[in-house]
Design a protein around this ligand. Structure first.
Ligand code: TRP
Ligand code: SF4
Length: 430
């Protein structure tokens, strides 16, 4: 099994934990964060890698960054909204926000020209992002950022073709711009830690789970370019120097850091290693990366990620702009949305009588899913709908009417906000 970021496969979320080592994003990890958003409470964000690093910074008021990307292909629909909901939340709790417009990737993998990608990105995505409440932040185009492209090329030195094929399963006919797209994405993710873009700090990449191959790849590349490796062992932590130059100086500097936060318990300069007792590995990682930069290394902290579930299309398959009749677009008119909602797949029974008797199945219902993905704000209200549906007290007609009312209001308001947003775009694009 591989995850193909360029396909539209469906996921068995449970398997992702076992097969790929994605960790569960459960209450234990998010409960201390401020203003808990619906996508945490409702388990829409379900998995992560290394989120602890980000939490560490949030709880200590440290610096940290968000970097995510948008693929300008097709129109923006409700499935795309979930990322920006997260970005807006993180912005509200102090993250430094960076958004990549993946115009090179759209060119390399979807057949768009850079011009077309630019227009789509601005008209469809960025305008809606601002209308949805994104405050001024940094949005840039891959094709226009030389640092991102340089970094992609330079980091590529430590990856080879068989590694790429193992992750992505490229064919011998895959065009090379496509093959290079994961490097550009790595450039996106890591460049925010360059001095010019805010410097060394933990970076969170909130994405759909289809993007996990890119995340793994990026984390591997970031680690491959580190000078030190940090290896937690049972009772202690090994710190190894991976290069041949300046080994003694590097070990000495590492010792100084260790003595500040813990204790050196063994030195083995012949193995280019020291061993330490140290509790705060986040701090250690950060301090060592800082040293690496003095010695000409990149010193990137391996990025963290979260994964959200995809919203279903109104027929129960994946929501996608290539199947417009089953997708709710942010630019739909209320009338268009009405038709789609009316023909949506629900968890209702064959007849009203049946449903009153045996109840409906909200867990199989696309209307309920829309409620869950933010259309209904209050958890209490959502729970009530769930229960009344199960008990056969609520029927699908009534529910669809409610969904339509909410969506209509949302779409009309968003349309007005888009008009204001258009004037502000230049405050975002860099
Ligand atoms: N590959 C992403 C997509 O298909 C877009 C993307 C480009 C991205 N660069 C990124 C996502 C960096 C997260 C981080 O949607
Ligand atoms: Fe879905 Fe509402 Fe019908 Fe229940 S009553 S199946 S929640 S539309």
């Amino acid at each position: 099994m591989i995850i193909d970021p360029w396909s539209s496969q469906k996921y068995e979320y449970e398997k992702l934990f076992e097969n790929f080592g994605i960790e569960k994003f459960d209450k234990e990890i998010w409960k201390d964060l401020p203003d808990l958003p619906f996508f945490f409470r409702r388990k829409i964000v379900f998995g992560h890698r290394d989120f602890q690093k980000i939490k560490y910074s949030i709880l200590r008021n440290g610096k940290w960054a968000i970097l995510t990307g948008l693929m300008p292909s097709g129109k923006m629909h409700f499935g795309h909204k979930i990322v920006i909901d997260q970005v807006i939340y993180y912005q509200s709790i102090g993250a430094d926000i960076n958004i990549a417009v993946a115009d090179i990737e759209a060119y390399a993998t979807r057949g768009y020209s850079l011009k077309e990608a630019e227009k789509l990105a601005i008209d469809e995505y960025i305008t809606n992002y601002i209308a949805l409440g994104l405050k001024p932040c940094r949005i840039y185009f891959q094709s226009k950022n030389e640092d991102v492209k340089d970094l992609a090329y330079l980091l590529a030195k430590k990856a080879n073709l068989s590694q790429l094929n193992a992750i992505y399963g490229f064919k011998s006919s895959t065009n090379m711009a496509h093959v290079f797209a994961p490097f550009i994405q790595t450039g996106d993710i890591l460049h925010v830690q360059m001095e010019k873009y805010g410097g060394l700090r933990p970076t969170l990449v909130p994405v759909g789970v289809d993007q996990d191959p890119h995340i793994r790849f990026c984390r591997d590349l970031a680690d491959a370019h580190r000078i030190y490796s940090i290896v937690p062992q049972n009772e202690r932590t090994g710190i190894f120097v991976k290069i041949e130059e300046n080994v003694e100086d590097l070990l000495k500097e590492a010792e100084e850091v260790v003595e500040k936060y813990g204790k050196v318990v063994e030195r083995n300069y012949a193995y280019k290693a020291i061993y330490a007792k140290i509790d705060d590995l986040n701090k250690l990682d950060y301090e060592l990366a800082k040293i690496e930069r003095k010695y000409g290394g990149y010193g990137f902290i391996s990025p963290s990620s979260t994964y959200h579930r995809f919203i279903s299309g109104l027929d129960g398959n994946k929501m996608s702009s290539s199947r417009p009749q089953y997708a709710l677009f942010l630019t739909d008119t209320p009338d268009e949305s009405k038709k789609k909602i009316w023909s949506a797949k629900t968890g209702g029974a064959i007849s009203a009588e049946e449903q009153k008797k045996h109840g409906g199945k909200p867990e199989e219902c696309m209307i309920y899913e829309l409620f869950m993905y933010g259309l209904i704000k209050e958890d209490k209200e959502l729970e009530e709908i769930y229960k009344e549906c199960k008990d056969g007290k609520l029927l699908c007609g009534e529910c669809k009417r409610k969904a339509y009312e909410l969506i209509k209001e949302f779409l009309e308001e968003l349309k007005e906000k888009r008009e204001i947003a258009k004037e502000k775009i230049k405050d975002y694009i860099q």
